[in-house]
Design a protein around this ligand. Structure first.
Ligand code: G4P
Length: 534
């Protein structure tokens, strides 16, 4: 017989899972990601007036050089998980860093979401960064909703934009609504499923929700607003779109083959509410996850489980601690609970779980599948760690990108060596760079290995602002790093351009200056076994 309280909690678990929507926004810088986020929070009631997120963004920007770098380059390096409630749903928005050099970090964040929003600037269409992030979503078959933003400015023809999405991204783009008017005369959207006209009114600075009037396509107000010709044109366009485009297919959307497209203006709050409704109705709640031994863990399973997808040091200069971000996958997370940490084969009590709102922290009492919890990390967690209760399980490791850029890093003042090494260790823990140590030759400075050169500047800037260490990086000509698993004992032959190194655990590694060199090393040492760093 089932225990009555167990039945209640199972039902509660299911209900909590069903109302979660965990997503990220992918976009090119300036398309309007921050503005849309802010408007979600406005509609979700998490902020009273739009403008506060930007104010926080600006306040944060002035806190360190690292943030100044973010500002100067117009990129967002740090990542935050925001939570808000709307229409009975609990939304978790995971911020993805916006620069190509941070693709690894972004990749990991996208491992933790169930859906993505692609924001496009109506004038610019698909831009390089949108494409890159889209590719990651595609690989993971993440369902994508598209928001075409800035309709209040002169932009491309909506049909051309749909065509561009299909042509360049190879995904079917299905308009769910259609813009009414454009540029300064943008009035709202026509909801194609309900055949209703949603006319919005501007509010001062877009700080408050835009009042909306619902009517039909024959609404005489449209003639007044758009003119006779404009109104006729709208009817024609709607007719054309209704006749020509494929209808929305849930399966195709969930498998990442089709994207529902919405038009709007985040700045003016036009189309934001229908878009949130779509996110609630179409984006999937957390789904089952496969464990490493092939078992399926349902999000409503009583067993708590989650994985660490991000680590960040010094998020708050006042706290100076490391935060590990956990995505809950199943069961119920509770403050102060004791969980099993399979990698360390020990239990851990999670005493200070946090939720983050911009830079502010708030203690989390409980969380369910789809939620993100920040755990203060006293060196216990690394990216990819599983935490669980009950039987021991693990999720597959989060794939790492192979480094393609290398640089030495030298501390300017020897007196700061201790802080230098601690800083490197913590930044490596975040997974943005790897730190290697040469074992032969005269060079003794550590070597940074990363996917992009910008990462080296970030490390140097962060060492300075967060650890008080001035360090200099010098680019190295290597193009790849390989772990040596066998066959290079003693004097095994390596080409002149290659370098022997090791990681922080003393595992042997070779750096190569070209692919040819790597091939040559393999030829010369038949027993040599080289593997990606992984
Ligand atoms: P991002 O996070 O994707 O980088 O973009 P963000 O929201 O910061 O927006 C980039 C710029 O585009 C901002 O202008 C923002 O106000 C503007 N913007 C966003 N949505 C809309 C929209 O619907 N219509 C119009 N016309 N503009 C929009 P900015 O001048 O760079 O910043 P700010 O001075 O407005 O803060």
């Amino acid at each position: 017989m089932t225990h009555p309280t167990a039945t209640v909690s199972a039902a509660l678990l299911q209900a909590e899972v069903a109302r979660r929507r965990t997503f990220a926004i992918i976009s090119h810088p300036d398309a309007g990601k921050t503005t849309l986020t802010e408007k979600f929070l406005l509609y979700g009631g998490a902020v009273e007036e739009a403008g506060s997120v930007r104010a926080r963004k600006n306040a944060r920007r002035s806190t360190s050089d690292w943030m100044a770098m973010e500002r100067d380059r117009g990129i967002s390096i740090s990542s935050t998980a925001l939570q808000f409630d709307y229409l009975g749903c609990r939304f978790n928005l995971l911020d993805t860093p916006g620069h190509q050099d941070f693709s690894e970090d972004t990749y990991r964040t996208l491992m933790a979401v169930d859906a993505a929003i692609m924001v496009l600037d109506a004038a610019r269409g698909i831009e390089p960064q949108t494409r890159k992030l889209f590719d990651v979503c595609r690989q993971r078959r993440i369902p994508i909703l598209t928001f075409i933003n800035k309709l209040d400015r002169p932009g491309q023809d909506p049909l051309d934009l749909l065509d561009e999405i299909e042509r360049t991204l190879g995904i079917q783009a299905v308009p769910m609504n259609w813009p009414i008017g454009d540029g300064p005369n943008f009035q709202g959207v026509f909801d194609l499923a309900n055949r209703s006209v949603l006319r919005f009114e501007r509010t001062e600075g877009g700080r408050h929700r835009a009042p909306v009037t619902v009517s039909d396509i024959e609404d005489p107000a449209l003639t007044r607003l758009l003119g006779d010709r404009g109104h006729v044109l709208l009817r024609e366009q709607v007719q054309l779109v209704e006749g020509a485009v494929a209808s929305f297919d849930d399966d195709a959307f969930l498998s990442g083959d089709m994207s529902p497209v919405y038009f709007g203006s985040a700045l003016n709050n036009f189309g934001v509410e229908p878009f949130l409704e779509a996110l609630r109705d179409l984006a999937p709640p957390p789904g089952p996850r496969l464990t490493s031994d092939g078992a399926v863990l349902e999000p409503g399973d009583e067993q708590f489980s989650g994985f660490i997808f991000k680590i960040q040091a010094n998020m708050d200069p006042q706290h100076r601690d490391r935060m590990a971000f956990l995505r809950v996958c199943s069961g119920r997370f509770e403050k102060d609970m004791t969980v099993y940490h399979p990698r360390l084969d020990r239990t851990v009590r999670v005493t200070r779980p946090h939720r983050l709102f911009a830079q502010e922290r708030e203690t989390v009492e409980e969380a369910y599948a789809g939620d993100v919890v920040g755990l203060v990390n006293p060196g216990l967690f690394i990216i990819g760690d599983t935490l669980t209760t009950g039987r021991s399980i693990r999720f597959d490791p989060i794939p790492r990108f192979e480094p393609e850029c290398f640089a030495t890093i030298e501390v300017e003042s020897i007196a700061k060596s201790k802080q230098f090494h601690r800083g490197l260790e913590q930044l490596e823990e975040e997974g943005a760079v790897r730190v290697l140590y040469p074992v032969v030759g005269t060079r003794s400075a550590p070597i940074l290995a990363a996917c992009g050169m910008l990462q080296f500047e970030v490390v140097a800037a962060r060492l300075e602002s967060e650890y008080g260490v001035v360090a200099r990086t010098t680019a190295l000509p290597y193009v790849s790093a390989r772990r040596v698993t066998a066959g290079l004992e003693g004097d095994g032959y390596l080409p002149r351009g290659a370098l022997r190194a090791e990681d922080g655990h003393g595992h042997p590694i070779v750096l190569f200056s070209s692919q040819w060199e790597e091939g040559y090393a393999r030829e010369q040492n038949p027993a040599l076994k080289l593997e990606p760093l992984g």
